[in-house]
Structures are given as C-alpha cells and as structure tokens.
Design a protein around this ligand. Structure first.
Ligand SMILES: Cc1cc2nc3c(=O)[nH]c(=O)nc-3n(C[C@H](O)[C@H](O)[C@H](O)COP(=O)(O)OP(=O)(O)OC[C@H]3O[C@@H](n4cnc5c(N)ncnc54)[C@H](O)[C@@H]3O)c2cc1C
Length: 444
C-alpha cells in the first residue's frame, strides 16, 4: 500500500485520481487543488458566453464529492506552495491560511497551465480579461451584460480567440479580432483552410486585424482604446487569448524542464526525479509526428496522461502511445479538424513535406439535402512518404474522418498505403470515389 499525493485536480488530475481510486483502492490518495471547483470544461466557455447553451452547470463532471465518495482525502482551495523532494513532503496553505503538510511515496503534479500575460502597458485595467477558469467565464459574462460595453477587442486568433470572437458577436457586441499572424488558426491549419475561416468571421461582421501587433492599452480607470503597430481603436473590453504557458513555478528549479518551462516526462509520465510524475498542461507530450517531446496543451492529452500516470503510480507499468495534437473547431457551423503537422509546421520541423488535397461534396450530387463541400489536405514526407498531418473542413460533420489520420501518423503509415484503403460507400454517408481515396491517389 502506497500513499500517493496529487497536486491539481482538473482534467489531468481528475483522470489520474479516478484511475487510482477505481483500479488501486488499496492505496491512499491525497488531493490538493487551489481552486474552488474542478473539472470545468473550458471548451464550454464560448458556448455559454455566446448563449448557445443557457447555463454553465453541465460544464463540470467531477467535484470534491466524486473523490471523497471513493475514500480520497481532498483539500480544495489549498495551494501547494513547496515540495521537499528529499523528504518526500508537500506543503500547502488553505484559503484561511492554515498550513497543511503531507508526505508521499509517489507524487503526481498536475498544475496545468496559465494564460500568457504579455508585458503591455494598460493590461492591468479592470476591463482586460483572460480566459481559463470557470471564474473567468463568469467575469466576462457579467461584463458583457453591462450596457456600456459595446465594442470588444479579442487579442489572439488561435482556437480560443476565434471561439470567443464568435461568442461575443453572438451577444450583439462589435468585435475586433487582433492577431500578429496574417490569418486565424495558423498553428494548426494551412492558408487553404484559414482563408475560409477568415471569410466566415468577416461575413459575420467581425473586424479582422491580422498582421497587427498590440502595443498598448489606453485608459485610466477604464479601457479606452487598444493601440497596435497599425492604428488606435476605441474599445470597451479586451479579451486576451494569446496562448498558455505551463504552470511549473512550483518545481521548475528541481525538475528537468522543456524549452517553454514544461516538466520533461518520459512515456510513463515520469519526471527527472524518482516517484514523481507530471501530467497534463504542465508537462511535455511525445509527438509521433515530430518523433520527439513537444508541448501540446489539450484536455484530451491531459486526460490520457492522467490515466498513464495513474496506472504507473498505482503499480502497473504503462507507456503512453504519444499524441498527434488532434483538434477541431466549429465556428458559426463551419467545422475544421486537423491532426499532426500542417505544411508550415512540417517544414519548420525539418521535413521536406509534400501535400495532396481534394475538394468535393460529402455525398453524391443526387443527394440534395445536407450535402456540403469537404476540403481535405494530407501532408506527407517526401523521402519516407510517411503521413505527417491532415486537415479537413466543411459545414458537414466530417470530424470522425480525422481519427484515421491520427492513427496513420501514430503507426507511421505512408501516403501510398492509404491509396487503396477499404473505405465503404453508401450514398447516405459518402461518395464511391471518396475524398480520402482521391486525395491519396493523387499524391505525387
Ligand atoms: C477556453 C478554453 C477552451 C478549451 N477548449 C478545449 C477543447 O475544446 N479541447 C481540448 O482538448 N482542450 C481545450 N482546452 C484546453 C484544456 O482546457 C487544457 O488542456 C486542460 O484544462 C489541461 O488540464 P490540466 O488538468 O492539465 O490543467 P489545468 O486545467 O490548468 O488545471 C490545473 C489545476 O491545478 C490546480 N493547481 C495549480 N497549481 C496548484 C498548486 N500549486 N496547488 C494546488 N492546485 C494547483 C488548478 O487550480 C487547476 O485546477 C481549452 C482551454 C480553454 C481555456
């Protein structure tokens, strides 16, 4: 019987906790979390702000009670301030200032990530918001209810910024979307796709300020304007969404870290110290596309890493199979999904990538309802011909198709292997000359 201490009980921590409590009830589990709630699905923030769902109640899937019912000891609103790795002891402080100390045999760190807060003048004004926790969603919601908030700047056109721009526009506000890159979603998608997303946003009246770098926010007690390298724009509220950094202040000085400060872990989620695991957004993941460690902060990766660490800490050796960074987005009904590397990312990683693409309706032309155009691009390596990534977009729900490419990347499948892959045909679903087959067949 071992004593396992878990620091952080959001998506990664909750997965680790449930794995340990369900599969290894013989162990003692002690959980710390600095927040008053856990398991908040941040993906629901935009849906809730944009009133596509009425209330946030369904955005939680675990609580302190979930774990205490399974006999864990849980300290909520208790932040761990220090870890003594030699004495195997963690030290926390409750909301009321009470000090708590617990010893451990195994330690799992799941402290997640924090929004990147750039050093820009004026970002300390009260109408500048960040998007991460449930409380952040509540705060933005309250501000948007105020009649004097008419124009909102969203800074960052990654998936969270784009989702928030849609949500705020749905609340009847003027939206200006600022982005240093020249398109939205440039991390995951090539321009062939982002040009469509940019048009979707523009057609809904969102003012796109791409290729603009925010330099200053003006105002004394209230936000007055936002200044970029290209101009000054009067705004009432600013939502910052320029990305996340791993929250590793607690142990970065004691554990080996990645270039961005994330805890370096192996396939068992083990850190550089024995009996210490790191999971979720505070840790690296193994990218099968890159063939090396990377930082990809996603709830899906967090949950899987939690399961892996839970089993290893519980006593069953288990290795992660790595990840592809599979992701999706749906804006005003337009859906984009991708996995692995886009063309730019593949070039940056040192590959000589080629791509093949195809565009067609999902179903045969004689199906006149619910039959939308689908775009697909497959990126592969010129030398090894290994599939490196895939992107798809449509108003159709084509999301499940991307998982095939996720597995192809994980299993190092070549583009040629996909050419004659057995893909079924039924007009209710797809075409006899399927766009996956057609794209693969036309690969050079
Ligand atoms: C708006 C938004 C939308 C998103 N949408 C998606 C999506 O659609 N799909 C997807 O896959 N991912 C999405 N993500 C990313 C996803 O939410 C994160 O990858 C995920 O939350 C990571 O989980 P985690 O448990 O590793 O870390 P976190 O969620 O950051 O949780 C860390 C936990 O640790 C606690 N903690 C931190 N430090 C301490 C300490 N010292 N002591 C005690 N407790 C501590 C915190 O209170 C927190 O509960 C979204 C994120 C946001 C913000």
């Amino acid at each position: 019987m071992a004593k396992i201490v878990l620091i952080g009980a959001n998506h990664a921590g909750t997965a680790a906790a449930n794995t340990i409590l369900d599969a290894y009830p013989e162990h003692t589990l002690v959980i710390f979390d600095g927040n008053s709630n856990i398991s908040y699905l941040g993906c629901g923030t935009a849906l809730w702000i944009g009133r596509q769902i009425d209330k946030p109640d369904g955005l939680f899937y675990a609580s302190k009670d979930t774990f205490t019912a399974k006999k864990a000891e849980v300290y909520m609103e208790t932040e761990v301030k220090r870890i003594d790795f030699t004495a195997k002891q963690v030290y926390g402080v409750t909301k009321t200032g009470k000090e708590i100390s617990e010893s451990y045999d195994k330690l799992i760190i799941a402290t997640g990530s924090l929004p990147i807060t750039p050093k820009i003048k004026g970002l300390d004004l009260p109408q500048v918001c960040y998007v991460k926790r449930f409380q952040d969603g509540q705060h933005i919601n309250q501000l948007l209810d105020q009649g004097d908030i008419k124009t909102v700047a969203v800074v960052g056109a990654g998936y969270i910024g784009v989702e928030l721009a849609e949500a705020v526009q749905r609340r009847g506000k003027e939206v200006l979307l600022f982005e240093a890159a020249t398109t939205s979603l440039s991390t995951y998608y090539d321009e062939w796709f982002t040009q469509d997303m940019d048009k979707v946003l523009k057609d809904k009246g969102i003012a796109l300020h791409f290729g603009e770098l925010v330099q200053e926010v003006t105002g004394t007690d209230k936000v007055k304007s936002i200044i970029t390298n290209k101009g000054e724009y009067p705004v009432d509220l600013i939502i910052m969404a320029i990305g996340f950094r791993p929250n590793t202040g607690l142990a970065a000085q004691d554990l080996e870290t990645f270039s961005n400060g994330a805890y370096k872990v192996n396939l068992k989620q083990e850190t550089s110290k024995p009996d210490v695991y790191a999971i979720g957004d505070c840790a690296t993941v193994y990218s099968n596309a890159l063939g090396t460690q990377a930082y990809i902060a996603l709830a899906t990766n967090a949950v899987r890493s939690g399961v892996v660490a839970g089993h290893n800490a519980g006593g069953t050796p288990l290795e992660s199979v790595g990840v592809q960074g599979s992701n999706g987005i749906c804006i005003y009904g337009y859906k984009m999904v991708s996995t692995g590397l886009n063309l730019k990312a593949a070039e940056k990683a040192g590959f000589t990538p080629l791509y093949t693409q195809f565009e067609d309706t999902q179903k045969p032309a004689f199906i006149t309802e619910d039959n939308h155009t689908v775009k697909i691009r497959i990126v592969y390596d010129k030398t090894s011909r290994r599939v490196l990534g895939a992107q798809m977009a449509s108003y159709q729900d084509i999301s499940m198709g991307i998982h095939l490419f996720s597995l192809a990347i994980e299993e190092k499948i070549t583009i040629d292997k996909l050419k004659l892959l057995d893909i079924f045909f039924l007009p209710h679903f797809n075409q006899p000359y399927n766009y996956i087959t057609m794209a693969a067949l036309s690969a050079k």
